[in-house]
Structures are given as structure tokens and as C-alpha cells.
Design a protein around this ligand. Sequence first.
Ligand SMILES: *Cc1c(COP(=O)(O)O)cnc(C)c1O
Length: 437
Amino acid sequence: MDHFRHDDGQLWCERVPLAPLAGAVGTPAFVYSAATMRDHVTRLHQAFDGLDPLICYAVKANGNLAVLKLLQESGCGFDVVSGGELERVLAIGADPARVVFAGVGKTEDEMDAAIRAGVLMFNVESEEELEVLADRAGVLGKTAGVAVRVNPDVDAQTHHHITTGKKENKFGVDLERGEALARRAIAHPAMSLRGIHCHIGSQITDVAPYRAAMEAATGLAAALKPDAPDLEWLNMGGGYGIYYGDDSAPDLVDYAQAVRPVVANSGLKLVMEPGRVIVGNAGALLTRVLFNKRTDARRFVIVDAGMNDLVRPSLYEGYHRMWPAVGDAPPPLGSESGDEPCDIVGPVCESTDFFAKNRPLPAMERGDVLAIMSVGAYAFSMSSNYNDRPRPPEVLVDGDEYAIVRERETYEDLLRREQPGAVFRRLDVAEPQGDAS
Ligand SMILES: *Cc1c(COP(=O)(O)O)cnc(C)c1O
């Protein structure tokens, strides 16, 4: 579900035509639809109606401050995985009591910042992390809210790079260890065990693993509850799949139905950490054709966006629909368009710099705008400056208006922190006194 559509011979985001927008802001450029994001939050609330979930939007999917602000206004809390993300949500005035802090490798500085801010829960993923967190909370004279992240060993049937709930993954602890960890948190004066957490992967299009995971988590919660007065939250993580065009995703209601009886019986409150499902289909990447190129074997369309801007196709074979911004709508999926297949590639000096291979696309000319769809999640947030390419602007569309919510980077930005004339220094440490003979 999104607010991008072809009408009157061109592609629109809400009521803004995208080819003229590309003219106004330049290419490549990310464009986000505010209405699409708001709709997805509303749909989540409707699907989980009665469970009244705390929706902690996963900032890593798309952390633009304007996006965070919009989602906060839609009633979301936040899921952060680093000190930088915490800084982002505090910058928009998020309520720390609606923020959860996840991740296998939190530093002491990150823990301190989150303890001071007063986040609702740390999702704790190992014994050592728990000890360090307890120590930091003690030193700061505060209480750290804790959720134990369990790894229920379920196979979420998604791409092997984005599954997290199998026992060979680095995330979480098994149920037995989870119980021991939880009991340690209960016993510690500087900790409050508030939840059981479970996040089994991303782009999951089968709802059964969620039920299995929540059954495991509620079983553990029930065993702990008599000793854990503060244990009130069940966190089902995120990972709900979206429609990219090569696959279909379940309706949000299906995810809700899968866990509803388990959650309702537990008597616990539900937290979720959706990222992709809220913002994924809300974004398009506008890029211009630089050149058409033919070899004996293939037709190439070379565009001005690269894998540094959108890495999903190269990184995990991510599929994205794409179509010229001017002209008729693409043919319905599965029907033969009659267009000649081509590889759509970027300018970066890597063979993995492609957006699609062997994809039928109408003839395009140098300067035409191509829209790459469903890039609201894990696109800009994973972008880099590889090949010294300034990152694209982010543009938020709301109704018939647009705002540039992150400016295009400049060459000056790229060079700013480098110091070719930096002074060499010596560390103040003794060198080993080797036997010189
Ligand atoms: C990445 C992540 C999410 C969000 O995943 P989506 O697939 O974007 O919904 C939620 N929780 C945790 C712990 C994560 O690491």
C-alpha cells in the first residue's frame, strides 16, 4: 500500500509529480510519502486492535529526523540500536519511556547515555552485557530497565543474511540462558526486569514463526512472573514483510492474528519494533539515465544513482520495481510488456553496482527520470560515500507540497574531516626492551 501512482502520463507521489520534482531537487534523490507512513502506522494499530501495542519504530530503517518527527506525531515510540540513533530520537524530543535500546554490541558510553536518558528497556543479549549494564547503572546511581532477548531457534524463512532467530545467529540467548539472565536482572538492585524480547529477522513473509517465538517468550515470562514484579512487556520485535514486487507479503492482520491469542493469554503488554513495514513502500529513488549502452550480449541502462545510494540489490539480492517517471504505468505484474530486458546499473566501479538485471524496461533516453520503488527502508540509512559520491537529498512529500528534509551532500562535506597535513605524534608508552644482541 502506498501513495505513488501513474496518472495522466506521469508518476506522482501523493499530489506531487515526480519528473518535475527531479528537475527541482536534482538527481539522484530520495522521495518519501508522508501519507504512506502515517497510513502504515494506522494500519498497524487497526490490525493489532485490542492489544494496544507500543509501536517502537526501528530507527535504523530510516532515521531522517523529519521521518522520526512524523512518526512520533503518529504515536510511535522508537527502537534504537546505537548511541547515534538515541541522539536522533532525543533530538526530536522523543519520550525516553517509549524508547527501547537493542543490539548485541553496546558500548559503555552508549549504555551510560541511554541510562541517563531513562529508556524503557535495554534488550540484553548476553551475560557479559548484563554484567556491564548492571555495573554502569550502579555507578550512575540509576535503575536500568531490562528485557532479555531470547533466541527461540525458529527459522523465519527469509534471506539468510537477515534471519536472526536461529541458534547459530549472533543475536539473543537460548531460553535456558535467558531464564538465568532474567533472574540475574531480577536480583540486581540496579536493574528492573521489564520484558522478554524476541526479534527473529527481517522481511518475514510467513506468520507462523512469530507465533512460535511468542509462545517461547510467554512461556519464559510465565516462569519468571512470580519473582518479577516489573515484568509487564512482551516485545515481538519487527520484521514484517512488505511487497517489493517479486513476492507477496501477508496482511498486517495476519501477523496480528498469529500472536493475538498468545499475547492476550499472557496478560502482558505488547511492544513491537517495526521498521520496514512502516517506511519501506513510502520511498522512491529518482535517478536519471546517463547513457544507454549495448554489447553483443546485453542492453545496459546506466543511471546516476549507484550502489552507494541503494545497496539492497547488491547486498542481499533485494528486488525493487522500477519504471520511467514519464509515460504510461507499468504493465500489471506477470504480464508480458514486450519491452526489451536490460540491466539497470550505476556508475560505481564495482560489478555488483546494479539495481536490476534482465528487467524489461521501455526505451529510455539520456536525461529521462527512472523511479526505483520501495526504497524508504534500508536505503538512505545504509548509504555511503563510496567512490566519493555525495549522498542524495531526502525529500518529504505531504499532499501537494514537498520539503527537502536532508540536503544533498557537497564535495566540501566529503573532504571536511581529513587532514593531509596532520602532525605525527608518539604514544606515551615504553617500548619493549628487546635483547639487542
Ligand atoms: C532491524 C530490527 C528491527 C526492525 O526490523 P524490520 O524488518 O525493519 O521491521 C526490529 N528490532 C530489532 C532488534 C532489529 O534489529
